[in-house]
Design a protein around this ligand. Structure first.
Ligand code: 13P
Length: 287
């Protein structure tokens, strides 16, 4: 059964570990993440961006697919189906489609507008038992081929948005989506400390989890991060495993061209990556 992320993240804050958000955009990945999380007995959040939702022919299709897969695989661990970096319209569409958690990313809006829209969405989510993630201060990353360094959120703005009663808060602390550039300065722990001081027990979210050294992730979790988002790392291991299969000419042997065989090494690579990340985040056995 799909659940909201609220309870699992509350427990993570109390237990000083983090729940992983693995982004999904196809059937193989979803299956791999669910099976591995069940094996590890860890709660998990499946993240779906608006682009991925569109690719999978809409949020209703995604919700139906994830619900059906959760049932048919006999998954018993808590699974939240979460909109990643949602627009106001996207958030409403996901609530309608049966998502159990949404992120409203109003970080590029003027603060007053971000606050007003976040407030409105919180009221809807409360009524429906859906968790809501808000964002303050953009997360850096690659845009039009230009890699920007990670932004840092203003702790005062974090407090204002947090005080609206959000279930989790994403705030920039120098983190970046995608690959980290060689000159990246690392997470800004002094900013995290200030944000933590004004947001109390609200679970904090670390976006751009791919490529951050494990020691920095562990330190961030110790300081109040309770959800870490991972997307690029899964994409990279999937691509590498698929490349190896083809380069070894396995698609030319027997029925090696069958997508079920061709995609199997990538699916296994995702499972291995999930296992590796969950070990760092400390959520195994916490379901
Ligand atoms: P990465 O692609 O850097 O892992 O970031 C994932 C993320 O933060 C999704 O919101």
């Amino acid at each position: 059964m799909l659940v909201s992320a609220t309870e699992m993240l509350k427990k993570a804050v109390e237990g000083h570990y983090a729940v992983a958000q693995f982004n999904i955009n196809n059937l193989e990945w979803t299956k791999s993440v669910l099976l591995e999380c069940e094996a590890l007995k860890t709660p998990v959040i499946l993240g779906v961006s608006e682009g991925a939702g569109k690719y999978m022919t809409g949020f209703k299709t995604v919700a139906a697919m994830v619900k059906a897969m959760d049932e048919s695989l006999g998954i018993t661990v808590p699974v939240a189906l979460h909109l990643d970096h949602g627009s106001y319209e996207g958030a409403k569409a996901c609530i309608e489609a049966g998502f159990t958690s949404i992120m409203f990313d109003g970080s590029s809006l003027p603060l007053e507008e971000n606050i007003a829209k976040t407030k409105e969405l919180i009221a809807i989510c409360r009524e429906k038992g859906i968790s809501l993630e808000a964002e303050v201060g953009g997360i850096g990353g690659e845009e039009d081929g230009v890699v920007s360094t990670g932004e840092c959120a203003d702790p005062e703005e974090c407090k204002q948005v947090n005080d609206l009663g959000v279930d989790m808060l994403a705030c920039g602390i120098g983190n970046i989506h995608g690959k980290y550039p060689d000159n990246w300065e690392g997470l800004q722990f002094q900013v995290l400390e200030k944000i933590k001081a004004v947001t109390g027990n609200t679970p904090l979210v670390l976006h751009g989890g791919s490529g951050i050294p494990d020691e920095q992730i562990k330190k961030a979790i110790d300081m109040g991060v309770a959800k870490v988002n991972v997307n690029t790392e899964c994409q990279l291991v999937f691509a590498a495993a698929t490349r190896k299969y083809i380069e070894e000419g396995k698609d030319l042997e027997g029925k090696g061209y069958d997508p079920r065989k061709l995609l199997a090494p990538g699916a296994q690579a995702i499972r291995d990556e999930v296992k590796d990340r969950v070990a760092v985040f400390g959520s195994a056995g916490k379901a």
